[in-house]
Design a protein around this ligand. Structure first.
Ligand SMILES: [Zn+2]
Length: 96
């Protein structure tokens, strides 16, 4: 990790997001609410140097998701994305 790359990819958020979502969010495709880019959540830039985690668009750095876990409450802000698309055939345990 060099100084200009102080983030992880979205896969690093899998554990935290699994406490909220039954499906694996990192495999979902999301659309950036700012530039319209579509990418797998696993490909976002994930910043952990804050209380919680912040996911940013890899193209325009717009904030896509913020998650803060404090005591028995989880704050989740998804307004940076227009939508998330889950492919139910790619989920573990899915019948195909
Ligand atoms: Zn963007």
């Amino acid at each position: 990790m060099n100084a200009s790359m102080n983030y992880l990819d979205g896969n690093a958020a899998a554990g935290e997001l699994s406490t909220i979502f039954a499906m694996d969010v990192t495999t979902a495709e999301g659309q950036c609410g700012n530039c319209g880019a579509k990418q797998r959540f696993a490909d976002v830039h994930l910043y952990l140097q804050c209380p919680g985690l912040v996911a940013r668009c890899p193209l325009c750095e717009h904030v896509l998701l913020r998650l803060v876990n404090v005591q028995d409450r989880i704050f989740l802000d998804l307004r940076g994305m227009t939508h998330l698309i889950f492919n139910t055939r790619q989920q573990p345990g899915a019948s195909s």
